[in-house]
Ligand binder design. Sequence first.
Ligand code: NAD
Length: 278
Amino acid sequence: MTSAVDEGRRAVPSILRGQKALVTGANSGIGKATAIGLGRAGADVVVNYVSGGEAAEEVVEEIKSFGVRAYAYEADVSQEDQVVAMVARMVEEFGTIDIMVANAGLQRDAAITEMSVAQWQKVLDVNLTGQFLCAREAAKEFLRRGVVPEVSRSAGKIVCMSSVHQIIPWAGHVNYASSKGGVLMMMQTLAQELAPKGIRVNAVAPGAIRTPINRSAWDTPEAEADLLRLVPYRRVGDPEDIANAVTVLASDLLDYVVGTTIYVDGGMTLFPGFATGG
Ligand code: NAD
């Protein structure tokens, strides 16, 4: 007898068969769902984490259940030497990299008058410099290897995990919103620079997704109701909503999509306050 989950797994086409993917911050939330989604679609996956090795191993086991390869790798994406070593190890282990999902991110919220340089810097280091380092190391390998037509039409894909806050200002979170605004321009600039070499760089911008990063925004009925006023589609997103977008974006189904952000936000970027006012 097969379960609904098994049926679901079988229904997912292997659109990433033979591809090698790395997902940063992949032992929690969106990164976890994305690593699992890429594995389900046929990719071999490196599960990066900075702490919480056990959770990372659980993700690895789930990915392996799809009959693909996976391993966990501890690295802080804001540290150059650790990112360089992580990608070098992947090339040793899997032969190459086809998909880099620069997902790791964090918040250190404070009003501007209370925000320390350490809070500002930490968020910029992880959310922006971390994505820069991951994109740079992946791009080097994409350029070394070039296009392998049996694997993919492109020489490689970089998916930046951004946020609706790459365009929506967010009071009390100037470090986070600035980091994501930076991700938008970094993504577009890298896309322009690397597209002639056959590399596709794009972003996915989640709205409100149910993960540990924003638990206080959805973990009581009052908080959730408040949050949903900002979401025209009136549901909080699931990590799998983001994983599905990344999976298709990284596949040849979207091979002509270059330098774009896919908003996966239940309409949060539609200025919902104007539905009844303005
Ligand atoms: P999460 O806290 O569940 O996951 C973040 C992951 O990043 C964790 O695994 C964490 O350990 C990892 N991480 C943090 N610092 C790291 C470092 N220095 N090196 C390596 N990994 C590190 O939160 P999430 O919601 O899954 O967030 C994932 C991404 O999605 C982030 O970039 C976040 O900004 C973005 N995002 C989330 C939402 C949302 O509503 N949850 C909305 C918009 C954007």
